[in-house]
Structure formats: C-alpha cells, structure tokens
Design a binder for this molecule. Structure first.
Ligand code: GLA
Length: 371
C-alpha cells in the first residue's frame, strides 16, 4: 500500500443492549469493534473517485458530477451516497483513489455497511485536506444508507462506527445525540460474538416494516399521550392505552418500551460491575426480540438458547437488526473454548449452519494514519 498517502479506518460495532429502539428515540449501548473497514487513499487530481477492493475483483469509477445516478450500484452505492451527501452538506470532495479492505463480516449484523460509509467519508475529507466532526460524518453516512442503500435505519451504527472509544460502550441517547462513555469492565468475564452464518434475506424490507409498525404505534398513542417518540412512553402508560392498539402493534410497542427500561438497568449494572444482572438483562432482551418484536428467527433463537444453556454463560442475545447475523454472549474467562464447542455442537445439530466466533475487542471508531 506504499503508494497510498493515508490509511483511514472506521469500526464495525456490537450493540450490547437497546435493540430496535434507536429509531424510536431510545438509548442504545453499542461498542466499536476492532473489526473494521480500512480505506487506503490518495488524491488523483481528477473529478473521479476510483474504487477498488482487496477481496473483490471489481473496479468502479464514480464521476463526481453524476453521483445521483449511482444508487443502483452493487458495492459502490455506499461510497457514491457518501460522496453525494458529503458534498451536498457543503464539503469539498476531490477526485481520489480508494482501496477498501473490510474485516467486518458482511451481512452479519456487525455494521459492515456503517463501517464502509463512515470510513469513506473520513477518507474523502482527509484527501480534501479537511478536518471533520465525527458526529456530522455519522449523520451524513446514515443519509447515504437511507437514500442509496434503501434501509431506513436509526443512527446507532454510524454513530458507533464514527465515535467509538477503545474499551468503552457508548450510552447514546438517539433523540438528543447526547452520549456518555461507559468503561466496559466485565470482571472475570469476556464478550464473545457468534455469527449464525444464516444468510440475511429480506432484511431491508422487514426492517423497514418494523420501523413503520412503531410509527403506527406512536401515532395511535399520541391521541392520548403527549409524547414525541415511543421511547418517552412508560410501561404504565402503554398498558393504560393497550385497548387502543391492534394486538401486533401493541407487542411491537411493548418491546420498545421495555427495552428502553432495560438499557437504563444494564448501564447501571455495568457501572457497578454486576455481571449477573447484566447477563440476565441480555437474556430478557433476546426473549423480547424473539416473542414480541419477531426479528430473531429459528437460527438466532437456537444460537442464543445454546449459549444461555452453557453453565458459564451469564447471558446471550442477538445483536443488530436480526433476521440472521450475530449474538453476543457474556462468558466466564477461561471457558471460551468450552463455550464455543458447546454452542457450535448444539447450533449445528439444530440448524445445519456452522457458526463462527469472534472475541469482542473494543476499539476506537475512526483512526487516521499518514503512510
Ligand atoms: C440496524 C440499524 C440500526 C438499529 C439496529 C437495531 O443495525 O442500522 O439503526 O436500528 O438495526 O437495533
């Protein structure tokens, strides 16, 4: 990579708790991972962004004056969307060569797309000689995801990818974007990520459907309650309004309201080092995502169940959007190998898929190096 001038990376993320609440104004608790998308970059003096990948044969050139027409591209739509909206936000975008190297497994629920978007914007700013605000980068990256990739996502993934801090979780209020960094002190435990290897299918449409269901819930509840988002509704208020909501919509809202309560409890448990309670909250979150929100499916349920049955595992749940992807589990130190073989054996017997495991190494969000 000697001929490139900069090496810019942005992290994938694992969300510890607060699932499917970011787009309802709730708090979430993601951590940036050492699995990341790295962009090797150099300006090229043209009006073209040339993209290449270390693990794909594709080479794509984006004409900076025709970015809007790149929505249909397969891999390059993320980069095109980022360049388009970064420029639209008033920033200088110059022609450059970008080589991508991604270690976040694609379609695994660990935010490979956010890592690609955030690192692309950071690279565009760096080659143009501009400093940038990581919060603005996250917001522009999300626009690219909405309008070029078609996923009506919340802000969690892009925010964590851009603003993560090694060794910490971000307790992010998705309504105000206020954040606190909580040191991830797990005592005698470690976090293990397990990939179900179930290919994601129809994630975009089911994700957008869930989001629309929560919007329906909010609209109905607003007839009675003075709230601007679902996260502001208390469990008691929701129960009092139950009769107003169709049964399915009620279940979706119940997940959101209770998951928001769990985030507060989990953050408190993390701060006082109470891993038993933290683990129990992970289990409760998975149950709710399975029974009420219905985003787990057979594979994630099997993977979480196998982990939860392992004696030295304090808790396990799906992380990310669901419909396939990964779980995160809290496991006693020294039991990692036994945990993996126990879970793999049961999961493969039940589903036929062979899982992959990754240690959760918590890293900074964006990292820039001059080469
Ligand atoms: C995806 C989205 C996030 C969030 C999670 C679910 O990762 O990109 O905004 O909604 O799903 O918590």
């Amino acid at each position: 990579m000697a001929e490139y001038l900069y090496k810019i990376s942005a992290a994938g993320r694992v969300n510890l708790i607060g699932e499917h609440v970011d787009y309802c104004g709730g708090k979430v608790m993601p951590c940036a991972l050492s699995m990341k998308n790295t962009v090797y970059a150099r300006p090229n003096g043209t009006d073209t962004v040339n993209l290449s990948w270390t693990d794909l044969p594709d080479k794509v050139s984006l004409d900076l004056s025709a970015l809007a027409s790149c929505r249909g591209l397969k891999h390059a739509k993320y980069h095109a969307g980022c360049a388009y909206f970064w420029k639209e936000a008033g920033h200088r975008v110059v022609g450059c060569d970008l080589l991508m190297d991604c270690t976040v497994p694609f379609g695994s629920g660990l935010s490979s797309s956010a890592a690609i978007e955030v690192s692309t914007i950071a690279a565009l700013a760096t080659v143009a000689g501009e400093a940038f605000d990581p919060v603005e980068v996250a917001l522009v990256a999300r626009r690219a995801e909405h309008e070029f990739a078609g996923v009506n996502c919340g802000i969690m993934d892009q925010f964590a990818s851009a603003n993560g801090r090694a060794g910490h979780a971000i307790l992010l209020d998705c309504k105000s974007l206020e954040r606190e960094y909580i040191p991830v002190g797990l005592g005698e435990h470690v976090l293990i990520i397990a990939n179900s290897k179930k290919p994601h299918d129809l994630v975009e449409s089911k994700y957008n459907e869930r989001r629309a269901e929560t919007e329906t819930a909010l609209r109905i509840l607003q007839k009675k309650l003075d709230v601007s988002c679902l996260a502001d509704v208390s469990a008691r208020e929701l129960e009092a309004c139950k009769a107003m909501l169709p049964e399915l919509i009620y279940r979706r809202a119940k997940h959101v309201v209770e998951e928001c309560e769990r985030v507060g409890q989990a953050a408190a448990a993390m701060r006082r080092g109470d891993m038993e309670t933290f683990g129990a909250i992970l289990n409760a979150s998975h149950r709710s995502l399975s029974a009420l929100y219905e985003v787990t499916g057979r594979e994630l349920d099997s993977l979480a169940r196998a982990a939860q049955q392992f004696p030295a595992c304090l808790g396990s749940r799906m992380t990310g959007a669901g419909f396939g992807g990964c779980t995160v589990s809290l496991v006693k130190k020294g039991e990692e190998e036994a945990f993996k073989s126990y879970v793999a054996e049961r999961y493969t017997r039940e589903t036929g898929y062979v899982p992959a495991f990754y240690p959760a190494e918590l890293s900074d969000g964006i990292i820039i190096e001059n080469l």
